[in-house]
Write a protein that binds this ligand. Structure first.
Ligand SMILES: Cc1cc2nc3c(=O)[nH]c(=O)nc-3n(C[C@H](O)[C@H](O)[C@H](O)COP(=O)(O)O)c2cc1C
Length: 349
């Protein structure tokens, strides 16, 4: 089973909590994490694209680096690990993204791939005047199909003449191509249409981990069914939030503290509950909101042995080819995971 890390391109990683480590994203933080990940034996790193934060006391994700530039820097700072950058399709033209990918493929010696984000979060795009219009909600994966076809043609043939509904190429050229005549594509759509897109055009599908592994099993099954229809080999990568301690109790106490410190204003923004008066909300409502402090990414909390055993369970789910980790304190947790959890994982032996 592959292991990867969702690296901290945005401030405070994936924890909307006043009690979690507070940090700005920087190249140095991500370089340290990447080098430690490589030393520990992780197979890949992914950086997201996020263009508008949620605010609140922690200014959650108000501070974000740019995904391709960051991965280009990490490509030069690493030797073996695979690197994925994310593109939000409305923000960049496919011919330019194809050329950026060829360039980072060259810098990294063939270790680069792209996470295709079709993009539905209007405010991220309308703030810079590139929201295509509300038709885009429905048609964004049709748009993505044309977009990705252009990139694949440019990489494989050096030319695209695609005349589509959304893009018109006119003897568009690209050279040099990536080493292997293309770069891997990953996708993270959770809808059936998103998964169908990945099954037809992608190499790996991310799904969001949950505490109940039956949900993961079901989501992996949805992807596999789509891949059977498309006749392509597409692996599932599952996203989990890892909180570790020397003992289960220590890890659980850490987790509870993060949850207690939930940034309710940021959560309110994320969940679209702008009308909610958090000062006057009921205790039940507050507890429910606190539960979203980690963006509802499935938590795995416990000692090194507990986490290793849980990941072995995940590895046994049909279709699952890897796990991507989110951590609290990235440089520390990356090294600790490599030293104390990886050696205990049966699925890595
Ligand atoms: C692992 C993972 C990575 C993602 N990366 C991004 C990202 O970088 N930027 C973004 O706007 N959305 C990102 N998303 C959201 C997805 O691209 C997708 O829009 C979302 O899961 C909704 O699915 P749908 O498009 O099928 O409706 C990510 C989701 C997951 C699970």
């Amino acid at each position: 089973m592959d292991l990867g890390i969702f690296i901290p391109i945005g401030n405070n990683g994936w924890m909307m909590s006043k009690n979690a480590p507070q940090y700005m994203p920087s190249f140095e933080l991500n370089r340290t994490t990447a080098v430690r990940a490589e030393e520990a034996g992780f197979e890949f790193l992914l950086s997201m694209v996020k263009l508008r934060g949620f605010g609140g006391d922690t200014e959650f994700w108000d501070h974000n680096l740019e995904s391709f530039s960051l991965m280009a820097g990490l490509a030069a700072a690493t030797k073996d690990i695979n690197l994925f950058a994310s593109v939000a399709l409305p923000t960049m033209e496919p011919a330019m993204v194809a050329r950026m990918a060829s360039t980072i493929d060259d810098i990294s010696g063939g270790r680069f791939g792209i996470n295709i984000v079709s993009g539905w979060n209007q405010i991220e795009y309308s703030q810079m005047g590139v929201w295509p219009g509300d038709w885009y909600y429905e048609k964004r994966y049709d748009y993505a199909e044309e977009y990705v076809t252009i990139m694949k043609e440019l990489w494989a043939d050096g030319v695209s003449d695609l005349k589509g509904e959304h893009f018109q190429m006119d003897d568009c050229r690209l050279s040099p191509p990536p080493k292997n005549g293309g770069v891997p594509l990953v996708c993270a759509g959770q809808s059936d249409r998103g998964m169908q897109f990945c099954a037809e055009y992608g190499d790996y599908q991310f799904i969001i981990g949950t505490a109940d592994l039956d949900v993961v099993r079901n989501d992996a099954g949805r992807l596999m069914a789509a891949a059977e229809t498309s006749g392509r080999d597409v692996g599932v990568y599952v996203l989990f939030q890892i909180t570790m301690g020397e003992t289960d109790a220590e890890a659980e106490a850490k987790w509870q503290s993060y949850k207690d410190g939930a940034d309710l204003e940021a959560i309110k923004f994320m969940t679209g509950q702008a009308e909610l008066d958090t000062a006057g909300a009921t205790a039940e409502k507050i507890t429910e909101m606190q539960g979203a402090f980690n963006l509802n990414i499935g938590p795995i909390v416990g000692s090194h042995a507990t986490i290793a055993a849980r990941l072995d369970e995940v590895a046994a789910i049909p279709g699952v080819k890897g796990v991507m980790c989110v951590f609290d304190d990235y440089p520390v947790a990356t090294a600790e995971f490599g030293e104390k959890i990886m050696p205990l994982m049966e699925c890595r032996k």
